[in-house]
Design a protein around this ligand. Structure first.
Ligand code: GDP
Ligand code: CA
Length: 345
């Protein structure tokens, strides 16, 4: 694809859904200059170690170290340390900490303790993994997602990981709060990567606790709203259900229906028609763009839904439908190409 050499792609990403999509981006656009803004709201400190699950999932997936079976953590992993901790009765048992993975957390914690920023740490870790993208944390400051629940112990806030992993999101979330987000600043390079992009992509990551948390850092949402680049999102919801995980429980907490259309409307259309760099090869199943219908802080020019959700509409954005299951790399590349076509890239 001549003309796409050096094309600047910026994507916001959570963990597994984001990382799988990004693998497709790199395969579809091997010559592109890809920046990934990663969610750090899932980060947690355990045994004194700082753990960044979503950043590591992107880094391991794109760097060839991910467990293909689990989709998180390392391939060829062992859990000897976790077993020894369990023998001491020291938890939490619900958070999987593999031995190989522990080395990453040791390096990160050591660097943070020495005064390096999280951006510095990610850069250093990526020197080993060479993910082929510029991976940036959304912020260098601590923003941790907490979930307000009511159970036998009364109403309280628990760390997102406890709600997600121990409680399997089965206890309704009364609120999902990115603690400290309002005071956090975007990490160096984040806003410029959005402003200077040729295309901005919202992968099929969790709209609330992955993409939503990134957008909660002041300045990031408005940067996406205002960028001159076309912005296209890919739905993580197919036929009224999350493909994996409990995104429905997160959407319920913010009063958004679990449907591709509702998530698109939640992101909002920008109400502008981006100037396509090249004419799209086909018009797909898209409906005509409707400039002027966007919302005041809308994000999307295009919203890609599964064929099961064809007919969905998002005011101020063009909706197109294509199969959205990332069953293998070929299928994922096709999804990325459809998203780029919708963006006019
Ligand atoms: P997490 O941080 O590991 O939970 O991962 P993300 O937030 O990046 O992505 C989670 C979302 O990915 C879930 O809401 C899923 O519905 C979505 N997802 C996972 N696999 C697929 C897929 O094959 N296709 C689509 N469209 N969405 C997917
Ligand atoms: Ca996550």
């Amino acid at each position: 694809m001549p003309g796409l050499v050096g094309v600047r792609v910026t994507a916001l990403a959570g963990g597994i859904g984001g990382a799988r999509f990004l693998r497709g981006v790199l395969a579809a656009l091997p010559e592109a200059d890809v920046t990934v803004i990663g969610n750090t709201g899932d980060d947690i400190t355990l045994h004194g170690l700082r753990i960044c699950p979503d950043l590591d999932t992107v880094m391991y997936t794109l760097g060839g170290g991910i467990s293909a079976e689990r989709g998180w953590g390392r391939e060829g992993e062992s859990f000897v340390v976790a077993e020894e901790l369990a023998a001491y009765g020291v938890g939490p048992a619900w958070f999987g900490l593999g031995d190989r993975d522990l080395a990453t957390h040791l390096v990160r914690t050591r660097m943070l303790d020495a005064g390096y920023s999280l951006s510095d740490v990610v850069r250093a870790l990526c020197e080993r993994w060479k993910p082929g993208v510029r991976l940036l944390p959304m912020s260098d400051e601590r923003v941790e997602t907490h979930v307000v629940i009511s159970d036998a112990d009364g109403q309280r806030a628990v760390h997102f990981q406890e709600w997600w992993l121990r409680l399997r999101a089965a206890v309704p979330a009364q609120a999902i709060i990115p603690v400290n987000a309002e005071k956090a600043r975007p990490a160096p390079g984040v806003l410029a990567a959005i402003a200077d992009a040729d295309v901005v992509l919202l992968p099929p990551s969790n709209p609330v606790v992955s993409i939503g948390t990134i957008l909660a850092v002041p300045g990031i949402r408005s940067a996406v709203h205002e960028t001159a680049a076309p912005v296209v999102g890919v739905s993580p919801i197919i036929g009224g259900a999350a493909v994996r995980g409990m995104a429905d429980a997160c959407l319920a907490a913010i009063g958004v229906e679990t449907s591709a259309q509702a998530v698109g409307v939640h992101y909002g259309g920008r109400g502008r028609t981006a100037e396509p760099a090249t004419a799209p090869a086909t018009t797909g199943h898209g409906t005509a763009p409707r400039p002027g219908d966007g919302t005041a802080d809308g994000l999307l020019d295009g919203w890609l839904v599964d064929t099961a959700d064809a007919g969905a509409t998002v005011p101020g954005a063009t909706v197109a439908a294509t199969p959205l299951l990332m069953t293998d790399l070929k299928a994922t590349v096709a999804i990325v190409r459809a998203a780029l076509e919708l963006a006019g890239v």
